[in-house]
Structures are given as C-alpha cells and as structure tokens.
Write a protein that binds this ligand. Structure first.
Ligand SMILES: [Zn+2]
Length: 333
C-alpha cells in the first residue's frame, strides 16, 4: 500500500485524524511536514541481551521538555527482521526509535506489538507504517476494542496537552492483528511466546517473552513507579505477577524504569499486596481513603521501598481509591 493510500484508508476506517492535523488533508507530504511537531533527540538503545534492546525514557511523566518520551520502547533484532515492543507516544518518537534500530541493523521492522491501549505504547505506530506499510501490528483484542471506543482520541489529546502539542502530525494508527495470549512463534531463529494473564494494569495487557534470551517485556504490568491504576486490578496484578515470577526468566524489561531480574516482579507483588490487603482491613474498620493513606504509608515496604519510586506522593491516593472500589466490588459480587 502506498503512503497516500494508507492515509486515505486511515480516513475511511474512521481511525481518524484528530487535533490540529484534522484541519487539512494529510496525504500530501508538504502539508504533513507543516503540521509536524519537533523531532525527538536521539537516545541510544541499551542492549539487554543478545537480541533484545530497550530505549530508555527521558523522564517518568510526559512533559513538553521530554517530548512525551516517558516509556521505554523495546526491540528484538533477528536475522529475518526486527520485532518492536511498544512504539512510544508519537510519530516523532516512533521515528527516533527507527533511527536507533538502524544503528544496530539494516533489517526492516516486521512486527509491532502494543502491550496495551495507553497512548505511550502505540501512538508511535504511525512511524513504522510509514517506514514499512506491510508491518504487522499486534495487540490484544480488548486493546483494539478500547481504542475504538474512544481511548484512541483520549490518549492523543492527553499526549498533546501534556507535551504542549509536540506530537502534532501523529496519525492514530491502530493494531491490525490480535494476540490472545499463548501464541508461540519464531522470527529469524528467535523464539517468542505471548502471555495474557487477564486484567492486570488494564484488561488488555500482553507480556512478550523472548524465550531464546530468557527475557520478558512486561508492558506496564510491573514498574517501580506509581502512575495509573485506573484501568487495573490489584488481585489480577498479584495473580499475573505471581505467574511471571515462576517463569524461567533472567531479565524483566518494564516499559517504565530499569530492567531487572525477578526482584522487580517480587517488589511489584509486594506493592500491590501491601495496598490491597491494608485497604481490605481498613475498609472493614470503616475508614475513608484519606484516613487510610497515612496508615498505608507507614507500612515498612512503603516507607523503605515504594516511597522512593516516581509518582509516589502524587498518585498513592488515587491507588487507594481504586483499591477501595475493587474491595467493594469483591464484597458485593
Ligand atoms: Zn499503561
């Protein structure tokens, strides 16, 4: 498919052009350049294992200064092409990721996997389709369903407002293939396995295991960061992470923060358990969320470990509110 046709079909499918870019047709390339936000500076990829790389975020939250580059896109280099796990928050970030891949290999990107529907994991898809119109874009069906029912534009607008419109020019480009979890496949001699553990960080999370390298890209199912639990489940996360901890894996690569061994997973479990079990107890005692907060902050794991994570002060209260809702739902269902 030619670039011109791609943009036409993006219109036809209602995938949509939003924000400032909707003012004019985008399939003429001059117009496209006029309406583009600035280029994102190069960040060298970090090699984690023989085939697996990640590009570290510029900060824990999206800002105009970091161009919305607040997650770690990953990529896997094989003899038959590159598999990319999460594409960043904009076409500009996607292009920057492509430039880093070119420093490592001449092979084309053949597959993208979007770990879930939050915008920092898929808005960069646009750049990869421009580079290779035949690239396959995989996500869980529930990721696609959420995007189609409004999360696409929500996340485009969220990134625009948090970056002072630096993602302008990004065309919403949805996944076109699905993984349900359980798939195993090989690309250029590298073996992959896809996991879906039910609702964890969202209902749509995929973990990408690179079996050959004993590595898992964990999406946002675990991170040493307190950010967004609104779409998540505590009990689902504890269950899913417990399964991950049992896997024969040496490297876990979160999409926020640094890669680590199973200690990353175990800290994730302890964080979720500390909040959820405390909220269960305190809810029984009739405490409100703001009464629970100082008691939870006083738990040893929170004082010694979690309080050092980005977002702890600003987002812990929201995490407690989500936990209360989940406790109530479990009681009345
Ligand atoms: Zn997320």
């Amino acid at each position: 498919m030619k670039r011109r046709d791609f943009f036409k079909s993006a219109f036809a499918m209602g995938a949509g052009l939003v924000g400032a870019s909707a003012l004019r047709p985008l399939y003429a390339s001059q117009d496209l350049e006029e309406f583009r936000g600035p280029k994102v500076p190069d960040i060298d990829a970090v090699k984690v294992t023989e085939h697996c790389y990640m590009i570290p975020a510029m900060g824990p939250h999206p800002t105009p200064d970091n161009f919305g580059m607040f997650s770690n896109p990953g990529f896997v280099v094989t003899d038959a092409g590159v598999v990319v796990v999460d594409t960043g928050s904009s076409v500009q970030i996607g292009e920057m990721v492509l430039r880093q891949i070119k420093k490592v290999t001449d092979k084309p990107v053949v597959k993208l996997i979007n770990t879930h529907f939050h915008g920092d994991h898929w808005l960069g898809n646009h750049a990869f389709v421009e580079a290779n119109p035949d690239v396959e874009i995989y996500a869980h069906q529930l990721c696609i369903d959420n995007l189609k029912s409004g999360q696409d534009k929500f996340w485009f607008d969220f990134m625009q407002s948090n970056t002072n419109n630096k993602i302008t020019g990004t065309v919403i480009t949805l996944p076109n293939k699905t993984f349900a979890g359980g798939e195993e496949f090989e690309v250029g001699g590298v073996k992959f396995r896809i996991h879906h553990f039910g609702q964890m960080h969202t209902v749509s999370d995929l973990a990408v295991e690179v079996v050959t390298d004993k590595l898992v890209y964990t999406g946002d199912m675990v991170m040493r960061r307190v950010a967004n639990m609104e779409d998540g489940s505590y009990r689902g996360t504890i269950d899913g992470l417990s399964k991950m901890a049992e896997m024969d894996i040496k490297h876990f690569v979160p999409m926020h923060g640094k890669a680590d061994d199973v200690s990353l997973i175990n800290e994730g479990i302890e964080f979720m358990e500390t909040i959820y079990t405390s909220v269960e107890e305190l809810y029984d005692e009739g405490l409100s969320d703001f009464e629970m907060k100082p008691i939870i902050m006083d738990k040893p794991f929170m004082k010694d470990v979690a309080s050092k994570w980005p977002g702890y002060d600003s987002a812990l209260g929201k995490f407690i509110v989500v936990a209360i809702k989940e406790v109530e739902k479990a009681m009345f269902s």
